[in-house]
Design a protein around this ligand. Structure first.
Ligand code: AR6
Length: 197
């Protein structure tokens, strides 16, 4: 079946949650592999060699060349990010980050590492000249980060980046949730982070 991209204009017009200091913050529920943002972020593991969940979906949609390139990247530390081409995806770039396994760290350390995933991914996007980027709910699947807390960290990290480092480069940030529960958590976290300011 042909895959139809979700364009940036659709994301902006139908799914805009907030505009903060000139950056659109968008909440979309569905498959991240269909999003036509310049970059999409993959919730990968330290090996960067593929897995299940959103990682599996991104590798399936991108094709074998993504795995070939990932083999040359030398893995990724938890809380850091690397990048690769988008291959058969609509996105031009894939930013690969490794979230914390929630059970391996204290809650405070897990939070710092998850914040690192968002900030380092945004830094990589900025370095690549990406004006638009989509994030899945990093660590909130098999890595066990509580969804409500993960949504708060995601929104607060993006806000911090916009305030301190963005310099107007990234114009659209999409939070791509999959589960209904995550949609609810993000609606509330977005309100707290962006509509109260
Ligand atoms: N589009 C958007 N979100 C999705 C999609 C999709 N196509 N599929 C799943 N999700 P997870 P993690 C959501 O487990 O917790 C992999 O095996 C899902 O509902 O994919 O960071 C890696 O290789 C959840 O909200 O990532 C690692 O070993 C979110 O994506 C490990 O899983 C993240 O769930 C990483 O675990």
């Amino acid at each position: 079946m042909p895959r139809t991209p979700i364009s940036l204009s659709t994301l902006r017009s139908a799914h805009l949650a907030a505009t903060y200091k000139g950056t659109n913050v968008i909440l979309y529920q569905g498959d991240i592999t269909l999003l036509d943002t310049h970059a999409i972020v993959n919730a990968a593991n330290n090996s960067l060699l593929g897995g299940g969940g959103v990682d599996g979906a991104i590798h399936r949609a991108a094709g074998k060349e993504l795995l070939r390139e990932c083999r040359t990247l030398g893995g990724c530390s938890t809380g850091k990010a690397k990048s690769a081409e988008g291959y058969n995806l609509f996105a031009k770039k894939v930013i690969l980050t490794a979230g914390p396994k929630y059970w391996e760290f204290s809650p405070q350390r897990a939070k710092e590492l998850l914040e690192g995933c968002y900030l380092e991914s945004l830094r990589e996007a900025k370095r690549l000249g990406s004006h638009s980027i989509s994030f899945p709910c990093i660590s909130a699947g098999v890595y066990g980060y509580p969804g409500k807390e993960a949504a708060k960290v995601a929104c607060e990290s993006i806000k911090k980046f916009i305030e301190t480092e963005n310099n107007g480069i990234i114009k659209d940030v999409v939070f791509c949730v999959f589960e209904e529960s995550d949609k609810t958590y993000y609606e509330s976290a977005l309100r707290a982070a962006f509509q109260a300011s």
